[in-house]
Design a protein around this ligand. Structure first.
Ligand SMILES: C=C1C[C@]23C[C@H]1CC[C@H]2[C@@]12CCC[C@@](C)(C(=O)O1)[C@H]2[C@@H]3C(=O)O
Ligand SMILES: O=C(O)CCC(=O)C(=O)O
Ligand SMILES: [Fe+2]
Length: 328
């Protein structure tokens, strides 16, 4: 006899369904990349939130939709097929487990490098189209990250303009691409609970460019600890400041704490480009931003920081180990 195990959500983390966690914010900073004041709005948003929404980004909707549809096709394959592209250690297909230290979420994903084309395998399946769309999309994301990072430098009035962008444009750049699929969880629609899709964390790299379908679930944490739901918008990009950029600006820009809650009715599909520096790059405040002030951080390389994140839980304050406590 075959015993079919009943799908269970018991091992997952729920968060309280209070009013705060379901507040939809209309105050998310909005940046129109085609306007001349974009650079100043970006700087303000990075200081206040470490997060903003971008419109007029120049990425054709067609390219986004085609990739999204290939991704949905992939996630609709039988689990045994998808697992041929796994496990995600770190690259490949992953399911429910995030990282190596016990974080779980109502999510499945593909984690891919950006410098290789053939980095996931699905024997016997025609994924040429997926591969091809991914290649072009990753290239478009790198260019958009470059443009936004240049605007940050301009807005901060620091030279050269490419101080940040040169790191993601470097051929050794350690950037990654992630496609997350959060299946609808009908149990939630019934009991009104909030189930964690992707636990709270800050992104460790320099900058993250996120695009999702129109399903809600993404939340950012404000400085006072309240969670704000970000209204989804499939035609825009959402930008996260990463820990490395926080350090390079000596804490002037803040990396944003964020999480994803699962949805009871609709599946969510998000595609995120994480722009990272070369492994050997020293991550330290830029002298032009110090103005006689001391560095708030101990010096480290991206290699060291990335390795330390592997030993941590998602919610840990990973930069904490690198903060310099002023001697009293
Ligand atoms: C090669 C990777 C994989 C990363 C990003 C980058 C460096 C560190 C990894 C982790 C480790 C901790 C969880 C995670 C979610 C995180 O934030 O940093 C992981 C992330 C990912 O699995 O996407
Ligand atoms: O899937 C999302 O919308 C965000 C996930 C996320 O924060 C991440 O992959 O780092
Ligand atoms: Fe993230």
């Amino acid at each position: 006899m075959v015993l079919l195990s009943k799908p269970t959500t018991e091992q997952f983390t729920y968060v309280r369904n209070n009013n705060m966690s379901t507040t939809f914010s209309s105050s998310i900073p909005l940046v129109d990349l085609s306007k001349p004041d974009a650079k100043n709005l970006i700087v303000k948003a990075c200081e206040d939130f470490g997060f903003f929404k971008v419109i007029n980004h120049g990425i054709p909707m067609e390219a986004i939709s085609q990739l999204e549809s290939e991704a949905f096709k992939f996630f609709s394959l039988p689990l045994t097929e998808k697992e041929k592209a796994g496990p995600a250690n770190p690259f490949g297909y992953g399911n429910k487990k995030i990282g190596l230290n016990g974080d779980v979420g109502w999510v499945e994903y593909l984690l891919l490098t950006t410098n290789e084309e053939h980095n996931f395998k699905l024997y016997g399946r025609d994924i040429e189209k997926f591969r091809c769309l991914l290649k072009d999309y990753k290239c478009a994301m790198r260019n958009m990250a470059c443009k936004i990072l240049d605007l940050m430098a301009e807005g901060l009035k620091i030279q050269p303009k490419n101080v940040f962008s040169k790191l993601v444009m470097d051929k050794e750049s350690d950037s990654i691409f992630r496609v997350n699929h959060y299946p609808a969880c009908p149990e939630l629609a019934i009991n009104g609970k909030n189930l964690i899709g992707f636990g709270e964390h800050t992104d460790p790299q320099i900058i993250s460019l996120l695009r999702s379908n129109n399903t809600s679930g993404f939340q950012i944490s404000l400085r006072d600890g309240t969670w704000i739901s970000v209204p989804p918008d499939h035609s825009s990009f959402f930008i996260n400041v990463g820990d490395s950029l926080q350090v390079m600006t000596n804490g002037r820009f803040k990396s944003v704490r964020h999480r994803v809650l699962a949805n009871g009715i609709n599946p969510r599909l998000s595609m995120i480009y994480f722009g990272g520096p070369p492994l050997s790059e020293k991550i330290a405040p830029l002298p032009s931003l110090m103005k006689g002030k001391e560095s708030l951080y101990k010096e480290f390389t991206w290699f060291e920081y990335k390795n330390s994140t592997y030993g941590s839980r998602l919610a840990d304050n990973r930069l904490g180990n690198y903060e310099r406590i002023a001697a009293s």
